[in-house]
Design a protein around this ligand. Structure first.
Ligand SMILES: Cc1ncc(COP(=O)(O)O)c(C=O)c1O
Length: 464
């Protein structure tokens, strides 16, 4: 079923089976400074730097590392000790009080402060020889380009948080962000042999990227069909519903609205304890997650899907294979390391409590939402926000409030019909409600930017 779309060079050197399993691939790769061996290659190492930093992170480690600034690599028999030490962390960029602040995208730069603190704990050093193959050591798993370390750490972090039944027979498919996996899922779930494209819907307000991503290539298999609450499925009951929970843009906890011959893709990229109470382990057919929202590594372009049915997983793998021949191994390795740091801080008794990312992010989000709600309350009715919701969180074992990564701000001012336009007039760039299939009086504002930008936002909202 799986068709490997690899260059002739690779095809010539491999006996190409119907699936890539069985090809010679790296085995026994470990990230954390341990043995890495490939067929025909004796033990090598990918050395992740150890050592903890203080507030000034990398600089102190650099000093501790030696006169030449080189940092010891653990467990490496040939890692190059002459590699230059990383530059000391730069201070967060300042924001001029009258600057235009762009909060239109969900850029998660808030997390930069956390990872500066983590310093070299979260670094990965990748030797030049490593990662020349398209293949990973996937064994019999459907995703032949999935690095085993990443799989291990993804399952481990889900086990830690309890937000998805990742161990219950789910297949893992890695992708270039949740964005690629969302398209892979549409491809995999489209009914075979249909005489017209299946409709793709999501209840409004929906994530504004769903329509353009669905229709980017005008696929013959699927087409954007708008609001799930106004579905016209042509009478055959076939459709694919995108269920984003907590929802982008309004943070609502959602369930699929449609049934019949419908299939659902659950976009759970915000279902982490910093944004929402973890009510239980989600166990839907296709669930999407991304580094962009759990740890803030949007630039890694790395997401994963947990897929119940092997056939669906194989089709998703085929899509990623055909569109990008897999996913950067460097990125996978880095994501595995980052996730390991996340989990270690909770699993290890002597784990560094200040490396507990969910604690860090929840504190920040609670503080930010407190300030935003206070500013909105002080606006004298000029703005409103969705009501705060609370629930029991199985992860924190407490009743906690939800702190969405995005604020769905409604402009209640007399005469203002377009909230995004109004905000733009005050140098706040937000995404207008109509792009979400919603009301133009609403606009979506990113809550995950750096502190300095958020401070300006609060100052501006308070003065409107
Ligand atoms: C609901 C939702 N799904 C998917 C994505 C895309 O994630 P990625 O950066 O992994 O492509 C985003 C990004 O903001 C999102 O908000």
């Amino acid at each position: 079923m799986t068709c490997l779309c690899v260059p002739a060079l690779v095809l010539a050197t491999c006996a190409v089976p119907a699936t890539p399993t069985g090809l010679h691939k790296p085995t026994g790769l470990l990230v954390d400074g341990h043995q890495l061996s490939t067929s025909g290659t004796r033990g090598k190492a990918v050395a992740a730097r150890a050592g903890m930093s203080g507030m000034d992170g990398g600089r102190r480690e650099q000093e501790a590392a030696g006169d030449d600034g080189s940092v010891p690599r653990t467990g490496s028999d040939d890692a190059n000790g002459d590699a230059p030490a990383p530059p000391p962390p730069e201070p967060e960029p300042a924001v001029a009080p009258d600057a235009v602040i762009n909060l239109e995208l969900g850029d998660p730069t808030m997390y930069e402060a956390f990872w500066r603190e983590a310093g070299q704990r979260a670094e990965v050093v990748i030797p030049g020889w490593w990662g020349t193959s398209y293949f990973s050591d996937a064994g019999s798993r459907p995703c032949w380009f999935l690095e085993p370390e990443l799989e291990r750490e993804v399952r481990r972090v889900h086990r830690l948080v309890g937000n998805a039944a990742a161990d219950d027979g789910y297949h893992l498919v890695v992708g270039n962000g949740a964005t690629q996996l969302f398209q892979a899922a549409l491809y995999a779930l489209s009914p075979a042999g249909a005489d017209r494209p299946v409709g793709v819907v999501s209840a409004a307000p929906y994530y504004s990227s769903y329509p353009p991503q669905t229709d980017l290539l005008l696929s013959g298999y699927y087409r954007w069909a708008g609001d799930a609450n106004a579905l016209d499925d042509g009478g055959d009951g076939h459709h694919i519903e995108l269920v984003c929970s907590p929802n982008n843009p309004d943070g609502a906890v959602r369930e699929a609205t449609l049934s019949g011959n419908g299939k659902a893709v659950h976009d759970l990229v915000y279902y982490w304890p910093q944004y929402a109470p973890i009510a239980g382990a989600a166990a839907h057919d296709v669930m999407l997650f991304t580094m962009s929202k759990i740890t803030g590594h949007a630039g890694a372009r790395l997401g994963w899907a947990l897929v119940k049915d092997r056939g669906v997983a194989e089709k998703m793998v085929y899509f990623v294979d055909r569109s990008s021949i897999g996913v950067s191994k460097d990125s996978q390795l880095r994501a595995a390391k980052i996730l390991a740091v996340v989990s270690d801080a909770y699993y290890d008794d002597d784990g560094e409590t200040r490396l507990r990312i969910f604690d860090f992010a929840r504190r920040r989000m609670a503080e930010r939402w407190g300030r935003l709600r206070a500013a909105v309350a002080a606006s004298g009715g000029a703005f409103s926000l969705p009501e705060e919701t609370t629930g029991h969180c199985n992860f924190t074992k407490q009743t906690v409030a939800a702190y969405p990564a995005l604020a769905w701000l409604r402009c209640e001012k007399e005469g203002v019909e377009d909230c995004a336009e109004f905000l733009r007039g005050h140098k706040i760039v937000a995404r207008g409600g109509e792009q979400f299939g919603g009301d133009a009086r609403c606009a979506r504002v990113n809550m995950l930017d750096r502190d300095a930008v958020f401070d300006v936002l609060i100052h501006r909202i308070s003065s409107l």
